[in-house]
Design a protein around this ligand. Structure first.
Ligand SMILES: NC(=O)c1ccc[n+]([C@@H]2O[C@H](COP(=O)([O-])OP(=O)(O)OC[C@H]3O[C@@H](n4cnc5c(N)ncnc54)[C@H](O)[C@@H]3O)[C@@H](O)[C@H]2O)c1
Ligand SMILES: *[C@@H]1O[C@H](CO)[C@@H](O)[C@H](O)[C@H]1NC(C)=O
Ligand SMILES: *[C@@H]1O[C@H](CO)[C@@H](O)[C@H](O)[C@H]1NC(C)=O
Length: 328
């Protein structure tokens, strides 16, 4: 994907049957003995059940003493109400709908893709670890927004195999839209100076920008053209198809032009900090090679930078001035 504007006993229940003696004394003794046996027995059963529950609990979160899992943060997942939310979110509501697990659903692209799928009547379940690579409050706002449309984001790591196994046990997903990543985001309004790189001899540095709606179309196109790997009842027929697409634009725009358009739309002057492009780092021009997506998905970006930025700025201002409500 190319640069954007903003860059989940049976227990033997026969507790000692005693033949009762007619003698009252023996009778009482036996009764007493019998109830002690019963009490001890049931105490053991009770303890046993607690232990069974403990080890077989669905929220079998990574145990801290497991060294292979130490790198993962522990998340609360599992349990009947959690499973209910998972099922409900992933339920397909349209006739030929699909059931999709969207990783990185609290992210920029993931949120838009999840909302678009839900709108079509597809089943959607999000998975995100809400990492603090950038402001997590923005991710939380997107989570709240998706929640209102009926999309549940499971809080967990895509590297947690126990969680992934559980999710596929609970839901027979037809597709996985993998968008979890650590991508970079930067935007001018904070009054901070923004570095603008220039190539040798004051050459312009151009990048390719794609509006989110075009990216969403490409993502949905990838899902809709995917081969089936399961038969009726979700029974596995073979390995699932894995496809990776590069979605972007093919008309790179000088970064300084982007900043100028933003200045006009935001009615502020950006503090430009012109810097030499590092020799061994970034390249002067980049644009995505979208020929595969064009050929296989019919992908064609239609929103130009000016229009896209206008929409973006409208959203940005409403989000950051309107009490962070319109996270969409
Ligand atoms: N938006 C852009 O400018 C841009 C640019 C280039 C590429 N892309 C690509 O688009 C895709 C999505 O980008 P985005 O802009 O939505 O990024 P984003 O950072 O907004 O979203 C990614 C989400 O993935 C989540 N995540 C990261 N690691 C995870 C893990 N181990 N387990 C669970 N969740 C995890 C993050 O919390 C985040 O919410 C990525 O493949 C990215 O490389 C985006
Ligand atoms: C992912 O899990 C594997 C195996 O459990 C582990 O080796 C690897 O270090 C983990 N990676 C991350 C990024 O947590
Ligand atoms: C663009 O991608 C297509 C399809 O993946 C590939 O065949 C072609 O070589 C790529 N072009 C360039 C310039 O890398």
């Amino acid at each position: 994907m190319s640069k954007q504007m903003s860059h989940l006993d049976n227990i033997p229940s026969t507790p000692g049957k005693f033949k009762m003696d007619k003698s009252p004394y023996i009778h009482n003794r036996l009764r007493w003995h019998s109830s002690l046996v019963k009490l001890t027995f049931w105490s053991f059963i009770f303890l046993g059940l607690i232990l069974i529950f403990f080890f077989r609990s669905p929220s079998s979160n990574p145990l801290p003493q497991d060294p292979s899992r130490r790198s993962l943060r522990t998340y609360n997942w599992g349990g009947p109400s959690w499973e209910k939310r998972v099922r409900s979110s992933a339920r397909v509501r349209s006739r030929n709908g699909i059931s999709v697990l969207v990783t990185g659903a609290a992210g920029f692209v993931g949120t838009h893709v999840s909302a678009a799928l839900k709108r079509r009547g597809d089943g959607v379940l999000g998975l995100d670890n809400f990492n603090d690579y950038y402001d997590p409050s923005l991710k939380r706002a997107r989570q709240a927004l998706l929640e209102r449309t009926g999309v549940f984001i499971v809080e967990g790591d895509i590297n947690d195999s126990a969680l992934l196994r559980k999710l596929f046990e609970v839901v027979a997903f037809t597709h996985v839209m993998h968008l979890a990543a650590q991508a970079g985001v930067r935007d001018i309004l904070k009054g901070k100076s923004i570095p603008i790189f220039e190539a040798a001899n004051h050459g312009t540095v151009a990048r390719d920008f794609t509006y989110i709606d075009d990216i969403v179309k490409g993502c949905l196109g990838a899902l809709d053209t995917a081969e089936k790997s399961t038969g009726s009842g979700g029974k596995k027929k073979g390995p699932a198809q894995l496809r990776v697409y590069n979605l972007g634009n093919t008309s790179p725009v000088p970064v300084s032009d982007l900043v100028s358009i933003l200045e006009r739309l935001l009615k502020v002057n950006a503090k430009r900090n012109i810097m030499k492009l590092p020799r061994n780092g970034d390249v002067q021009f980049t644009h995505a090679n979208i020929s595969l997506a064009q050929r296989e998905l019919g992908y064609k970006p239609t929103t130009d930078l000016q229009t896209g930025l206008k929409k973006f700025v409208r959203w940005y201002l409403s989000y950051y001035s309107g009490g962070k409500k319109a996270a969409g």
